[in-house]
Design a protein around this ligand. Structure first.
Ligand code: SF4
Length: 282
């Protein structure tokens, strides 16, 4: 049996077909959270519920969601007042709040959430964004002296950093085929969220996940994921390739954008790693 986790939409009948699998269930309706948890527990194991919304503050957080692992994804933070009024509930949830990198106010909001000790993260969407603000937020979480909750994916990168290898933070977003595979109600399987959106499937039956390592396209993914390093592109000469892995390869003028940010991030990860491993020797 494979250890892959399925990322799938909510559908009762479909979940019952996915018997004994570990799943991340996606929904755009926070009102379904409790129901999803009950349904999943009947025949599957719940890894997390991923709830995508437009505005975070419009969610009515419920005490009944305690102990349910939830990843909220919001395009915008919304009204601080609405969040503040629900803080007593939010603090008791087993949740992480991701805000999109496409709204500049979200960078301030993430500092607020983190200072309130709420687990949170920046959703790096893969699109161009304000790199200076991304870098400032990374510095705040890596070097800041004020006590605060971790901000992803920075915290994940530091704790999983491979100083001589590659570190891929897309795990944080349930979007790395080494661990997560995306499946729809027709049991079509895709390597990533983008592949699912673009109807690029590698298999058409949920059971094929048990032998996925023999799947030609899956093997291609494993063998070719670092191939960009061999091509004559900006990424091949980028010192930060090891933590970015070319995620912004289509971006124009990378120097003051992704390259500069990921280089700083790698330096921070190196620093944190050396602090963790440094031992006094006579
Ligand atoms: S930071 Fe930019 S240039 Fe460097 S590997 Fe990533 S996408 Fe390529």
């Amino acid at each position: 049996m494979t250890e892959h986790i399925f990322v799938c939409p909510y559908n009762k009948e479909f979940l019952s077909r996915l018997k004994n699998r570990t799943v991340v269930v996606t929904t755009e309706d926070p009102g379904l959270i409790y129901q999803i948890q009950r349904e999943v527990n009947k025949s599957n194991m719940l890894h997390a519920i991923k709830v995508s919304v437009g505005v975070l503050s419009e969610i009515r957080f419920q005490e009944s969601w305690q102990n349910i692992p939830i990843a909220f994804y919001a395009n915008e933070f919304g009204s601080y007042k609405n969040i503040q009024q629900q803080l007593h509930i939010l603090r008791n949830l087993n949740s992480r709040i991701f805000l999109s990198d496409q709204s500049e106010f979200n960078f301030i909001a993430l500092r607020i959430l983190s200072s309130l000790r709420l687990s949170c993260g920046l959703h790096l969407t893969g699109k161009d964004c304000n790199w200076e603000m991304v870098n400032d937020l990374m510095h705040f979480t890596m070097y800041g002296r004020i006590r605060h909750a971790p901000i992803e994916p920075f915290d994940w990168i530091v704790s999983h950093y491979e100083p001589t290898g590659y570190t891929d933070f897309s795990f944080v977003y349930f979007n790395n085929p080494v661990k997560y595979l995306h499946i729809n109600e027709k049991e079509q399987i895709a390597l990533t969220e983008d592949d699912m959106r673009n109807n690029h499937f590698i298999a058409e039956d949920a059971r094929s996940v048990d032998t996925i390592k023999e799947n030609e396209e899956y093997q291609d993914f494993l063998n070719k994921r670092y191939e960009i390093m061999m091509q004559m592109t900006d990424c091949a000469f980028c010192p930060a390739f090891r933590v970015c892995l070319g995620k912004y390869k289509d971006l124009h003028d990378k120097n003051n954008k992704c390259k500069s940010f990921f280089s700083d991030l790698m330096e921070a990860a190196d620093y944190a790693f050396s602090k963790k491993t440094h031992q006094w020797q006579l």
